[in-house]
Design a binder for this molecule. Structure first.
Ligand SMILES: *Cc1c(COP(=O)(O)O)cnc(C)c1O
Length: 494
């Protein structure tokens, strides 16, 4: 089988996996997607594998036939060399909800799941393509992608990385994690603007003619570490299988039983990876996408209209403060029967009018598999408190959106399918909100970490220990309108 990738907007030559990783985004501004049938996997075989071997089996179905050994080596480097605990994703119980903790990587973020592997995929792809230009990785971040990408790409040969974060849109811990980043090839830049501004500037950079000329002159090219890169999406399929198998191994379910997944969602990459897993044979009943007060996904999944003409809220779950959810474009492409012309039309409408509506048939397919809901900020805090009092489990603000939405969904539908909630952050990433929720007291960030640890006994993740005292190395702040020019001058400096 010829495993090619195309763009969701139909105007991009067919390319292979390695080219897709390196290119990051379609030439036409669309997202790259595998244009072949998902391979069905044998669950009874996979359940016996450790995380590295499981990841190898899953991911190698997306690469050319002879790539499996390369993928195995990359997975070993990412997941098998002590950057994660022995059980890469521990699955805990909070009452009757299974919580898959995706935050045990080297920056204590769920983004580590994919960004620990992406640099290895990038270097092996550059080698396969015999590419000798330097690659400049661009990442817009609502907080966690930035740090995880910096850590993943720091001092990786042949690469440099620029991270753009909204100055008022990330938590104090996230900001401190990023601005203290070491590494010869890294830059971290604060933006006067919100996450969507940063993300769209990065997307624009890829299509910018002036930048293209400058990059050619300086023997460099751009790629992306955001979940627009299919190399972010594919590694995320693995933990859906893994957490399902954990339930089988712990005799909570029998092999073949259906489960639901509840996913705190922003750019929708996480949830979409689960849908890929389902297509590869994982028995999934429903996906429940949870949002915060920026509930554009909830509205989309209940009406079929994607309407970005609305107020943007900065909330206590900032990684989900997103109005332009990139990966939804991939879902719409699949659900419309891989109709790139239609997707292109939708995305042009979104750009021009801030709104599009999928056709009835597409919407029916989506609604059949995806449910959605959201919590406002007070509900987030109340959910953290309730879950702790009921189960002794401490949720962070994002995972709390998932937990609360799941409870709403179960109450409304009576669906009793066992559910795995993906936990996307440690409570110590957002300690002020979590502490306030549990103990009704406002503390500064570092006191909140200390007292949260004392009172709940939940261990502080290693990457966050001592973070307060790390030196600030990155102090550049620019306006959102200056991002393109900043990239240009960085190219010229190479
Ligand atoms: C990135 C992130 C999300 C959203 O994930 P998507 O794949 O963009 O939907 C949710 N929670 C946290 C803590 C995150 O860092």
């Amino acid at each position: 089988m010829n495993k090619t990738y195309v763009s969701t907007r139909n105007h991009q030559d067919q390319i292979n996996f390695y080219q897709a990783i390196v290119q990051g985004i379609g030439d036409d501004g669309g997202l790259l997607v595998p244009n072949f049938d998902f391979q069905k996997l044998d669950l009874n075989k996979l359940v016996q594998l450790n995380y590295v071997d499981l990841a190898t089996e899953v991911i190698s179905t997306f690469v050319p036939e002879d790539g499996k050994e390369l993928i195995h080596q990359a997975c070993l480097n990412a997941y098998g060399k002590g950057l994660f605990p022995e059980i890469v994703v521990p699955v805990k119980k909070a009452g009757d909800v299974y919580v898959a903790e995706l935050f045990h990587g080297q920056t204590a973020a769920f983004k580590d799941m994919a960004l620990s592997l992406l640099p290895h995929l990038m270097t092996l792809s550059l080698k396969q393509l015999k590419e000798d230009r330097e690659v400049m990785i661009l990442a817009a971040t609502s907080g966690d992608t930035g740090k995880a990408a910096l850590e993943g790409f720091k001092d990786v040969e042949g690469t440099c990385i620029k991270v753009f974060y909204p100055l008022d849109g990330v938590s104090a811990i996230q900001q401190q994690q990023m601005v203290s980043q070491e590494g010869k090839n890294v830059k971290v830049v604060g933006i006067h603007g919100n996450f969507d501004d940063a993300q769209s500037a990065v997307k624009v950079a890829f299509g910018d003619k002036m930048l293209k000329e400058v990059s050619d002159q300086h023997h460099v090219f751009l790629s992306s570490a955001n979940s627009i890169n299919v190399g972010r999406l594919i590694p995320q399929i693995v933990y859906y299988f893994h957490s399902y198998f954990e339930l089988v191994r712990n005799k909570e379910i029998e092999m073949g039983d259906q489960v639901n997944f509840c996913v705190p969602s922003g750019n929708f990459g996480n949830c979409l990876a689960g849908w890929f897993a389902k297509n590869m044979g994982l028995p999934v009943n429903k996906f429940i996408a949870a949002s915060n007060k920026n509930n554009i996904l909830t509205d989309f999944f209940t009406t079929g209209k994607y309407d970005a003409n609305r107020e943007f809220f900065k909330t206590n779950a900032p990684a989900m403060d997103i109005l332009v959810s990139s990966n939804l474009e991939r879902l719409v492409w699949y659900m419309s029967g891989k109709d790139g012309d239609k997707v292109k039309e939708y995305m042009e409408k979104l750009k021009a009018d801030g709104i599009y509506e999928v056709d009835d048939e597409t919407f029916a397919r989506i609604q059949d598999q995806f449910k959605a809901g959201y919590l406002n900020e007070e509900e987030v805090l109340k959910t953290i408190k309730d879950c702790y009092e009921d189960n002794g489990y401490v949720l962070d603000t994002h995972t709390a959106c998932g937990y609360g939405v799941l409870k709403q969904y179960q109450k409304e539908t009576g669906d009793q399918t066992k559910t795995i909630l993906l936990s996307t952050a440690s409570p110590y990433k957002f300690p002020e909100s979590v502490y306030k929720a549990l103990f009704n007291e406002e503390l500064n960030v570092y006191d909140a970490i200390e007292k949260l640890n004392k009172k709940t006994g939940v261990a502080v993740p290693k990457p966050l220990v001592g973070i307060k005292d790390r030196e600030v190395l990155h102090k550049t702040h620019i306006d959102k309108t200056e991002i393109i020019n900043f990239i240009k001058s960085e190219m010229e400096g190479l």
